[in-house]
Design a binder for this molecule. Structure first.
Ligand code: NAD
Length: 480
């Protein structure tokens, strides 16, 4: 079976202890390659390699660094089909999703920060008659980037691209559940002769390789995307070491539908915001609040559409939903459906595992699930499920909707559907979320701040926010 390798100082390396574990294909439930079980010894090598590379990479002109980043983007484009198939196979997502969203977006991330860095500038503050302050934005040094499995290369590149563009050298760990596209990225680096040691990729479990990246005294900033519990554990290690921290964590996002919305557009977008990527997008609207006047109409139309959604193997061009990412994750999602029933929920659609014919008969498939009749404070409505499961809850007034929407510990994103302009802005102002979509969902401009409030995270990614995170400000005052 193929063995994925770490990529350290421009060389493919086996983990020092030579221990591997299986990478399971969600579509079939079968192992198809092996992943290094790296630990602190491998991370030590990677950090040293990044440290060695830092003076020349950070000393390079922004234009030259930009050129290298563009070459990385072009290298992915040149292997587009390979990346697309690998992402779909590793994650279980429909291949058309990987082709239209994941891999093109990874390319855009590299291009965006490659061009961003040549337009980035620092500030100066004039003190009339006294002098002037100018602020330098210097790269931090060696930084750690740790990413999750739901949008593997997309979220991995969202971190490593600004980190490198700003002049840092990186030790990065993709999710052990979906490591493959990060591995192909290493092949691209080798092909284009990307400067050695600038990006070091170490594979393995979070508690071994991830933890070692966070603990290493030389990783001066940690950019993490993943679950809130993991974020807490990382913060408890990194904060006393005074590392810079960017934490993009879980969500339990409200989708608030007023009865004056554009019904058809809302309905088709709500299908996507509920079930895209099998509901495994941190921005999915898993709690659907519908104004009472259209509750029954919405319920009937939505449930009809959901029942027709095609759950199939990822390479099926007709698949609306593919496999969820792993057996433990499938079991977690199914256990939440059982919990919802115990809490008094009524399953209107789905609610069960889906069994496909061989060779997909051991794959991890769940029917898109709609549940109503739950209290907004119950566990099903408060805890992140991160799968193809949504709940429906009616509301009467704006206050009613806001109280329920803001009731969870999370605050990542919110979607609001209404044609009333004033209400839309009022709601956007008061909903507790870092990202709000009015009459839309997942429209992304890479220049905008991305991140959540409350237990959904600390800090913002995207645009200048990311470049600010990956640089240290140094203010210099010059007296007249
Ligand atoms: P996870 O927290 O289990 O793992 C994320 C990454 O952290 C993986 O690479 C993992 O190996 C690593 N890790 C785990 N334990 C670690 C430790 N102790 N120290 C260092 N690294 C460690 O999350 P997941 O299951 O891969 O992803 C799903 C979660 O990610 C969901 O909660 C989802 O909402 C969240 N997510 C958030 C965003 C966002 O932008 N806010 C985006 C996507 C996913």
């Amino acid at each position: 079976m193929e063995k994925i390798q770490n990529y350290i100082n421009g060389v493919f390396l086996a983990p020092k202890k030579n221990v591997y574990f299986d990478n399971i294909e969600p579509a079939t439930g079968k192992a198809y390659c092996q992943i290094p079980n790296s630990d602190d010894a491998d991370v030590e090598l990677a950090v040293n390699s990044a440290k060695e590379a830092f003076p020349s990479w950070s000393g390079m002109s922004n234009e030259l660094r930009s050129d290298w980043m563009m070459k990385l983007a072009e290298g992915i484009e040149a292997r587009m089909d390979e990346f697309v198939s690998a992402e779909s196979r590793d994650n279980g997502k429909p291949i058309k999703l990987a082709a239209h969203i994941d891999i093109p977006r990874a390319v855009s991330n590299f291009k965006f920060f490659a061009t961003g860095i040549v337009h980035y500038s620092s500030e100066s503050h004039l003190m009339h008659g006294v002098g002037v302050n100018y602020t330098l934005r210097k790269p931090i040094g060696v930084v750690g980037c740790i990413s999750p499995w739901n949008l593997p290369l997309y979220l991995f590149s969202w971190k490593i691209a600004p980190a490198m563009a700003a002049g840092n050298c990186v030790v990065a760990k993709p999710s052990e559940v979906t490591p493959y596209t990060a591995y192909i990225l290493c092949k691209v680096m080798e092909e284009i002769n990307f400067p050695k040691g600038v990006l070091n990729i170490v594979h393995g479990y979070g508690q071994n390789a991830g933890d070692a990246i966070v603990r290493h005294p030389l990783t001066k900033a940690i950019s993490f995307t993943g679950g809130t519990t993991t974020g807490k554990a990382i913060a408890s290690i990194a904060a006393p070491m005074f590392k810079k921290l960017s934490l993009e964590l879980g969500g339990k996002n409200p989708n608030i539908i007023f009865d004056d919305c554009d019904f058809d557009e809302m309905l088709s977008t709500t299908m996507r915001s509920s079930f895209a990527n099998q509901g495994q997008i941190c921005l999915c609207g898993s709690r659907i609040f519908v104004q009472r006047g259209i509750y029954e109409k919405f319920k009937t139309a939505f449930v009809e559409k959901v029942r027709k959604a095609n759950v199939s193997f990822p390479t099926d061009p007709e698949a609306h939903l593919g496999a969820v990412v792993s057996r433990p994750h499938m079991e977690k999602v199914l256990s939440y459906i059982e919990l919802a029933k115990e809490e008094g929920g009524i399953v209107l659609a789905g609610g069960h595992q889906v069994f496909l014919d061989a060779p997909y008969n051991n794959g991890f498939y769940i029917a898109p699930t709609v549940i109503e009749g739950l209290d907004y404070m119950c566990r099903t409505n408060q805890e992140e499920i991160f799968g193809p499961v949504v709940t429906l809850t009616p509301f009467d007034s704006e206050e009613d909707a806001l109280r329920m929407a803001n009731s969870t510990e999370y605050g990542l994103s919110a979607t609001i559907w209404t044609r009333d302009l004033q209400r839309a802005h009022r709601m956007a102002d008061q909903v507790q979320a870092g990202i709000v979509w009015l009459n839309s969902w997942l429209v992304r401009d890479l220049r905008t701040p991305f991140g959540g409030v409350k237990s959904s995270g600390v800090g913002r990614e995207g645009g200048w926010e990311a470049l600010r995170f990956f640089t240290e400000a140094k203010n210099v005052f010059v007296k007249y």
